[in-house]
Design a protein around this ligand. Structure first.
Ligand SMILES: Cc1cc2nc3c(=O)[nH]c(=O)nc-3n(C[C@H](O)[C@H](O)[C@H](O)COP(=O)(O)O)c2cc1C
Length: 332
């Protein structure tokens, strides 16, 4: 399958493993890239720019395929010196960057000067249009269903994806709520050039998180996420556990962020990822968790998604058209 995305990024399939804080390590990114998707490491998963430099080198030792680095601005902490991370990305010869959180504007000159292609992740068509004007190569647009930060407008993918694809000239990638070949076929039908998945790649053998968390996501259904931080205008979709319920309770009572800070801290999130106790902290996952029923390797996952999408487009839908023609011929 060739799309404008596969051509532009020189990848075998129109699938991106999106940046994931604490999950997007070299191991997962390289596994996704080796599977024919675009693996994306998360810059801020490394506590220092030097750590990122080493992790990029490690990723390069694990794959000779293209991979990207995610730079999420303004969501994690205000104390991060992004220029140092950008400097490492540029010096390391990374050719694809996924930006998210804020506008990529402050970094576009330096990325352009070094021939780095920017995939900007956003949640609204107006932000996508602005990113296109700034010269990004691709927009990855997250619908309401997504894990992490869906924004404040609650537009589901079925409307957001075709709206963005119609408004933009550059390739649009559908993100949020997609976990299988049906989602890929749907995204292409809606005018997108590929898909971005987080939750689905988090539940693969190579994802560096505890097996018990993966199993909990296999067991969950699509109703088991909840939105938190809405009253702080930084809405996040997470697993519906005791931590999320407590945060929601504090917010409903008008409590400010300082009252939930410890509950949702990186330390507690790490505890969940490493001990497998899904109640230990905030666990980011999307509604697509309800579509995840196994823990494949990245290679098995990508192969199955492509095979299923090809079957849907080439046989199921084509068969309906052929059937329609046969039915019309019969009626005549
Ligand atoms: C555990 C986890 C952590 C994430 N962290 C980030 C992040 O740091 N930066 C970012 O841009 N997106 C982050 N995301 C969002 C994903 O890149 C992707 O946009 C989202 O998962 C798509 O929705 P899906 O989970 O339904 O596939 C994260 C997602 C998950 C599941």
């Amino acid at each position: 399958m060739k799309t404008r995305l596969t051509e532009l990024l020189d990848i075998d399939t129109p699938i991106i493993c999106g940046g994931m804080m604490r999950v997007g390590t070299a191991d997962l990114a390289a596994a996704a890239s080796n599977a024919g998707a675009l693996g994306v490491m998360t810059a801020l998963t490394q506590p220092t720019p030097e750590g990122l430099e080493a992790e990029i080198a490690r990723c390069r030792s694990l794959t000779d395929k293209p991979f990207g680095v995610n730079l999420t601005v303004g969501v994690v902490s205000t104390e991060i010196n992004y220029d140092d991370y950008v400097d490492v990305i540029v010096r390391s010869g990374v050719k694809i960057v996924e930006t998210a959180g804020r506008s990529p504007e402050p970094f576009m000159d330096i990325f352009n000067a070094h021939g780095i292609k920017v995939i900007h992740k956003c949640v609204a068509v107006r932000h996508a249009l602005k990113a296109e004007r700034l010269g990004v190569a691709v927009v990855s647009i997250d619908g309401f269903e997504c894990a992490g930060h869906p924004g404040e407008e609650d537009i589901g993918g079925l409307v957001l994806f075709p709206a963005a694809a119609a408004a933009l000239k550059i390739p649009v990638v559908a993100s949020g709520g997609i976990a299988d070949g049906r989602g890929l076929a749907a995204a292409l039908a809606l005018g997108c050039e590929g898909i971005n998945m987080g939750s689905r790649f988090m539940v693969t053998q190579e994802a560096p998180i505890h097996e018990d968390i993966k199993r909990k996501i296999v067991e969950m259904n699509e109703t088991q996420t909840r939105l938190i931080f809405r009253s702080y205008r930084n809405t996040a979709r997470v697993y519906r556990n005791g931590v999320a319920d407590k945060v929601a309770e504090v917010e409903a009572a008008g409590g400010d962020f300082s009252q939930v800070h410890e509950l949702v801290s990186g330390k507690n999130q790490d505890k969940a990822w490493t001990t497998g106790d899904i109640e230990a902290g905030m666990v980011t996952v999307g509604m697509s968790g309800g579509l995840i029923n196994d823990i494949p390797s990245c290679a098995e996952l990508v192969r199955k998604i492509m095979a299923d999408a090809e079957q849907i487009v080439g046989e199921r839908l084509a068969g309906m058209l052929a059937g329609g023609e046969a039915a019309r011929a019969g009626a005549a």
